[in-house]
Design a protein around this ligand. Structure first.
Ligand code: NOJ
Length: 553
């Protein structure tokens, strides 16, 4: 079946390619990615066969958190270009048949945002401070934070201002949280959504979607939590003072009315680190369209674990009449080629912080597994989010010199957590050149490792068996299997996952150590790596098969 991309429902079974704006392509040569650079490289995404791109923030920002600290929601940062560049990018994308989803960051602003500057210049209790979460401190002279809340980037979630009050920030001190009990905040975000929708964007990815509403009833409740849990780990318990509160859904019901008022309706995807049973609440029919599936992303390389996550994800999504999303990597986590190269049980962040060598990653196994994971993921019913560079099999750059690190986590944790720079190293496009085709400048904002060009698009283009050609072929075949979202597990041998998607696609993944003979009657459409000489499926290999005339095994 050929997919009809003109329908309002295009997003249900699509492939969305995440462009991490600072690191995709740099047209002006300053070493930082920009919109003109992206526009010039969209052909790669179209050729890959994706349906849409998601652009991470490109708004004016002092870059305390690489753009997730927004100083102006309705403009473009000069380091990334201009509004006209954005218009041109949008037109180019649409011309290539690609939808464009942009990031909206409603939980916090930059400390340079005019509202926060106004709040700092205004007295306690003022209307300007009420747009944020300012409170008096505890202790005899208010010298202690108002509650024990911890920042996700390390340290307390409160910073004191000269007049003695404290303001709240779930992330860096330069990212003060907004107060979503304040009407100005609602009105301003509606304005922002409409601004970009009127320009023609196809949807939004909503940053920290589960954090907007806070329980600010005095006295504030302590959480007794640590500061180094992974970014999207669900909160403990269902009644947390700032994570995943029921009131947050009022925001999304209001936003859904806005996105539905456009023709065709625009789409939204939540970044919400919540428990599996609370995640579907975000995608009820009158709320957001999709939510990222961090359970799938965090799943270790293990057949039982994957099976359980797939079952839960399908059941939870279907309960609210939608399909799950699937994702293996993004700009906040270690790239999956490297995650899968490490033995089970290794704490990825601790490993990285300790230098990324002990234990030595089994890169060959990581690559084999990443290729299999691609086939597994792309065969599942629902939407796949791909992170730029995964189609090249890029690994985590684990040995960035300390002086190159930019993630606020590194400093805020007192060098206890190395942060996310290693998955954000700019894309290699060409085999050679000062930044491997990333841009005309001498160097990229994060140093690219020697040999990066060997993994570039140019090096993999047309090379049979390369990551890039595997992804291209998988996306092409996937398109043919769209439309029928039925899903059935097939009887599996030890260490195997096997399922049928729709009527025409069987996926088998061998997580075990021994090769598995392929059932007679199934025709191989695509394999993540070579089969054994007698046609069996080797360890860490996946295959797509067309069911035989008499049905699958
Ligand atoms: C999630 C984003 O993906 C991450 O990069 C950012 O640091 C935090 N939200 C804070 O905005």
């Amino acid at each position: 079946m050929v997919k009809d991309t003109t329908t309002a429902d295009w997003w249900r079974e699509s492939v969305v390619y995440q462009i991490y704006v600072p690191s995709f392509a740099d047209a002006d040569g300053d070493g930082i990615g920009d919109l003109r650079g992206i526009a010039g490289r969209l052909g790669h995404v179209a050729r890959l066969g994706a349906d849409a791109v998601w652009l991470t923030p490109f708004y004016p920002s002092p870059w305390a958190d690489a753009g997730y600290d927004v100083a102006d929601y309705r403009d473009v940062d000069p380091r990334h270009g201009t509004l006209d560049d954005f218009r041109e990018l949008l037109a180019r994308a649409h011309g290539l048949g690609l939808r464009v989803i942009i990031d909206v960051v409603p939980n916090h602003v930059s400390d340079r945002h005019p509202w926060f500057q106004e709040a700092l210049a205004s007295p306690p209790g003022s209307a300007a401070r009420d747009r944020f979460v300012f409170r008096d401190g505890r202790g005899e002279n208010g010298e202690l934070p108002p509650a024990d809340w911890q920042s996700k980037f390390g340290g307390p979630a409160w910073t004191r201002v000269p007049d003695g009050q404290w303001y709240m920030h779930i992330f860096a001190a330069e990212q003060p949280d907004l107060n979503w009990d304040n009407g100005d905040v609602w009105a301003d975000f509606e304005k922002t959504l409409r601004f970009w929708l009127d320009l023609g964007v196809d949807g939004f990815r909503i940053d920290v979607a589960h954090g907007l509403r806070k329980d600010l009833t005095p006295p504030l409740r302590d959480t007794h939590g640590g500061d180094t849990a992974p970014l999207n780990a669900p909160p403990e318990g269902d009644d947390h003072p700032f994570w995943d509160r029921d009131e947050v859904h009022e925001v999304y019901r209001a936003w859904r009315k806005i996105t539905d008022s456009y023709d065709p309706p625009r789409v939204t995807v939540a970044e919400a680190g919540v428990s599996a049973h609370r995640l579907p609440l975000y995608t009820r029919p009158d709320e957001l369209h999709q939510a990222f599936n961090f359970f799938y992303l965090r799943c270790p390389w293990d057949a039982c674990a994957f099976r359980e996550v797939v079952d839960t994800s399908l059941a939870e999504a279907r309960a609210v009449g939608t399909l799950p999303t699937w994702v293996l990597s993004n700009h906040d986590v270690m790239r999956h080629v490297t995650r899968y190269a490490l033995p089970a049980g290794v704490d990825h962040r601790a490993w990285l912080t300790a230098g990324g060598r002990d234990p030595e990653p089994d890169t060959a196994a990581g690559e084999l597994r990443a290729r299999s994971a691609a086939l597994l993921t792309l065969a599942l019913p629902g939407t796949s989010y791909l992170y730029q560079g995964e189609e090249l099999g890029l690994p985590e750059v684990a040995d960035l010199p300390e002086e190159a690190l930019r993630d606020p986590m590194w400093e805020r944790t007192g060098h206890r957590v190395r942060g996310r720079d290693g998955c954000r190293v700019p894309m290699p496009w060409t085999r050679e050149g000062p930044s491997y085709g990333f841009g005309p400048g001498e160097a990229a904002w994060l140093p690219q490792p020697a040999g990066w060009g060997g993994r570039s698009v140019a090096a993999q283009e047309g090379r049979p068996g390369s990551f890039l050609e595997l992804y291209r072929e998988a996306l092409r075949l996937r398109r043919e299997a769209l439309g029928d979202v039925s899903f059935t597990w097939l009887p599996a041998r030890g260490g195997e996952l096997a399922f049928r998607k729709g009527a025409g696609l069987v996926c088998r993944v061998n997580f075990g150590a021994d090769p598995l003979p392929l059932p007679a009657g199934e025709r191989v459409l695509l394999a993540s790596g070579p089969l054994t000489p007698d046609g069996a499926l080797p360890s860490d290999t996946a295959v797509w098969l067309a069911p035989g005339a008499s049905g699958a095994s």
